[in-house]
Design a protein around this ligand. Structure first.
Ligand code: GGG
Length: 350
């Protein structure tokens, strides 16, 4: 079995706590399934920025290109301007490696109370367009400091970008329950959203087994809170997908639970795996962060690398630990990150 080279960027805050926890689990799984996972750590992030004035070195992207996958913790620090942390690291990686799909599965997990979703289990996937849309560098500030000061921010939607996200989402829906919901806001956003709607509808019409519903993002947010179990696959723009996935994860109990895969579906470039949560500076350093989102992202990485059985083993292990009642603070328990991780390691061996 050939080795997989994995670039590891713990990043900031709790990223530095949950990444080592998840790597311990991945190493144990690798050992049991005779896989060779070579983890190469990169100390990039906000501390690197404070020392060097950038989030990663100039040759950061070429260094990452030498790997089969990238495993990221979190970025964000109160000491670094917000936009630097994303535009100096995460967004260049997503763009350089054509990771145009951000896959964000959300489901209820036994042992985790989800008061808003107690009636039926939730099992949905958000397909977020990951390379364009509202995440755009086009715009500017004018008349700084004057009463007439203003800012302009453009959103960019292309036929290529929207249609490939819609294809991916439709094909995923066809392999699941056949229901695709598109997040729109074409009543308020009069150019890009009608364009999004047209291309999504055109693309999904090629999938006869998929039923498409367009929902305004505000109504969809309410839908996610009130009847999330009726949703199957959601396709959304970059910003809408980011917001909806935090909301959906919170509905299942905590944003600490949810994983994500930033995929280059063609496999031409490395894909990146990260939990959806951020660096949580308010709890960083206390050893209490929930490592589930990071561990689950690791299972998605194993699946992507072609190791379905190993991925399932990891997934069933952390799910069994939750079912047994071992819980971190964010989901009503008392377990530390280390205690939860120990429980997962024992479950892997069981
Ligand atoms: N775990 C990844 C992370 O640090 N996320 C923080 C964040 O704000 N991400 C924005 C995004 O995914 O676009």
């Amino acid at each position: 079995m050939s080795a997989h080279r994995i670039a590891v960027i713990p990043g900031d805050g709790i990223g530095r706590e949950v990444v080592p926890a998840a790597i311990a689990c991945l190493e144990r799984i690798a050992e049991l399934h005779s896989l060779t996972l070579e983890f190469t750590p990169f100390d990039w992030g906000s501390d690197y920025y404070l020392q060097h004035g950038r989030m990663m070195p100039d040759d950061g992207l070429p260094q990452l290109a030498l790997h089969d996958a990238i495993y990221l913790g979190a970025v964000g620090s109160p000491e670094v301007p917000d936009a630097e942390t994303l535009w100096g690291l995460l967004i260049p990686i997503r763009r350089e490696f054509q990771q145009y799909i951000n896959l964000r599965p959300v489901k209820t997990l036994d042992g985790v109370a989800a008061p808003l979703a107690s009636e039926h289990p939730i099992d949905l996937v958000i397909v977020r367009e990951n390379n364009e849309g509202e995440y755009s560098e086009i715009g500017g500030r004018m008349y700084r400091g004057l009463p007439q000061e203003g800012a302009v921010q453009e959103a960019v939607f292309t036929r290529l970008g929207v249609s490939r996200a819609a294809h991916y989402a439709a094909s995923l829906a066809a392999s699941r329950r056949g229901r695709l919901t598109s997040a729109t806001k074409s009543n308020g956003i009069v150019h890009t959203m009608p364009f999004w709607d047209e291309i999504v509808a055109e693309t999904v019409s090629l999938y006869p087994d998929v039923t498409l519903t367009a929902e305004h993002v505000d109504a969809l947010a309410a839908h996610l809170v009130l009847k999330p179990w009726t949703l199957d696959v959601i396709v959304a723009s970059n910003l809408f997908g980011d917001i909806l996935s935090d909301l959906a994860a919170a509905v299942t109990g905590s944003i600490g639970l949810a994983p994500s895969a930033n995929l280059n579906p063609e496999g031409r470039y490395p894909s990146l795996f990260e939990p959806i949560h951020g660096s949580a500076p308010d709890i960083a350093g206390n050893g209490v962060a929930n490592p589930v989102g990071q561990i689950w992202s690791g299972a998605m990485m194993l699946e992507h690398l072609g190791h379905t059985q190993a991925a399932r083993h990891l997934q069933t292990a952390f799910e069994a630990v939750l079912r047994d009642g071992v819980r971190t603070r964010d989901i009503g328990g008392t377990a530390s990150t280390a205690e939860f991780t120990e429980a997962v390691l024992s479950m892997i061996d069981a």
